[in-house]
Design a protein around this ligand. Structure first.
Ligand code: SF4
Length: 408
């Protein structure tokens, strides 16, 4: 029987060493619901964003019967349900587990794996890292110690095109064109055989846990470790029997997300406005699809017939490039988040022209903001914002945001 997960236990600090964390991470999960102003929130980890058509249907049903009828896509390509009743945990867990979406209750919050969503579909990239993601997820869930990772620890698997390499992974793998992989661990880089990539990623995560335990400062991620406790990455890889050559930091590949529309000859890429799908929108995506991959840019890559594209537009999905809503994101804002100073999602809908990515935030935490270059729209009150630091009344937002997106 599935049960609510206890907080992650914390190690004991060494004498004289300050803790940087005085509690286990409180990241929501599918079994640990988070109280929000609009009800409970569940975050379901989907390694590489992957859902079968059946799983998508189950998720749509859960949103409709237990939540507010919508599914949010996070900046890691996970799914969130909001507006859940306080007592729905057992029913939600049973629905998700029945669809194979909770393979290990003890590991449900640590399955944070982002992988190039188009891998294997469009002829680009050097390896099908979607397969690496599945293998890594299986290995993670089979390793009891991995359950101690924080809910924020992130694995990033890039197929070499550079679409996700810059997403700030704690353990990153970047496929090379010669059957190799680059393992990136903060400022340390190792070249190894692609066949060892998944094992190396898990080995690195366990080496971090060893170092965090020795440091005793409650670190959730490697960069939070004191310098004296930097993990012995090379030693851990050698002890695991993995041949890994230390290499200088190479330039990272970088590429933008694909434009919405057809992807190769058997897949589609669509964006969900402000990262939210309705239950019926998710069902429309899943209809006749082989699989769906929710993306870190808050859309979905769908393995399906290209002729499905026009049928998706009535659900408000962005199916072609150039629309003003492409690149627009917002935090939860009011009424879902008590910290928000404004209804930023409604105000983000006022956008009239495209351009640079733009993110609307209800407070200075700027939850879910994009990486790279973006326009910062920060609420400072009911009717006032800062647009890239410039005070702007709500009524002048459309013009100010257009100017910032197109002239910066
Ligand atoms: S940025 Fe602030 S207002 Fe928005 S969701 Fe995060 S905490 Fe809430």
């Amino acid at each position: 029987m599935l049960a609510a997960m206890p907080p992650t236990p914390l190690p004991t600090p060494e004498p004289g060493e300050a803790r940087i964390r005085d509690r286990g991470d409180a990241c929501p999960g599918a079994l640990r619901l988070h109280p929000a102003d609009d009800g409970r929130l569940a975050r379901l980890r989907l390694p590489a964003g992957r859902l079968t058509a059946h799983q998508a249907e189950v998720l749509a049903r859960a949103a409709e019967t237990l939540g507010d009828g919508r599914i949010s896509i996070t900046s890691r390509g996970n799914a969130e349900l909001r507006g859940l009743a306080e007592d729905c945990g057992a029913e939600l867990a049973s629905l998700l587990a029945g669809a194979g979406l909770l393979p290990s209750p003890t590991h449900e919050r640590v399955r944070n794996i982002v992988a190039s969503p188009c891998a294997g579909l469009d002829g680009l990239g050097y390896a099908d890292v979607q397969l690496w993601a599945r293998a890594l997820d299986t290995a993670l869930c089979a390793e009891p110690r991995a359950a101690s990772l924080s809910g924020r620890f992130l694995f990033v698997l890039d197929d070499g095109r550079g679409d996700v390499a810059g997403l700030g992974g704690d353990v990153s793998l970047i496929a090379g064109q010669d059957g190799s992989a680059l393992l990136r661990l903060g400022s340390r880089h190792f070249r190894l055989a692609a066949a060892d990539a998944v094992r190396a990623a898990l080995t690195a995560a366990l080496a971090f846990l060893d170092a965090a335990e020795a440091a005793g400062n409650g670190a959730w991620r490697p960069h939070e470790l004191p310098e004296a406790h930097t993990p012995d990455w090379a030693g851990a890889l050698t002890r695991a029997g993995i041949t890994a050559e230390p290499v200088p930091a190479p330039p990272l590949p970088v590429s933008p997300p694909p434009a919405p529309g057809p992807l190769g000859d058997g897949a589609l890429h669509v964006l969900a406005p402000l990262g939210r799908l309705t239950a019926d929108g998710l069902r429309a995506l899943a209809d006749g699809a082989g699989e769906l991959r929710l993306t870190p840019w808050r859309g979905a890559v769908v393995v399906t017939d290209l002729a499905r594209l026009p049928a998706l537009e009535p659900y408000g999905l962005v199916t072609r490039p150039g629309l003003p809503s492409v690149g627009v994101s917002a935090c939860t804002g009011r009424p879902g988040c008590a910290k928000s100073l404004a209804d930023v999602r409604t105000d983000a809908g006022l956008v009239r022209h495209g351009g640079l990515p733009v993110h609307y935030s209800g407070c200075e935490r700027r939850c879910g903001h994009p990486r790279g270059t973006w326009v910062d729209v920060l609420a400072t009150g009911d009717d006032s914002y800062l647009v890239d630091g410039v005070p702007t009344p709500r009524t002048a937002l459309p013009e100010a945001v257009t100017k910032a997106r197109t002239t910066r």
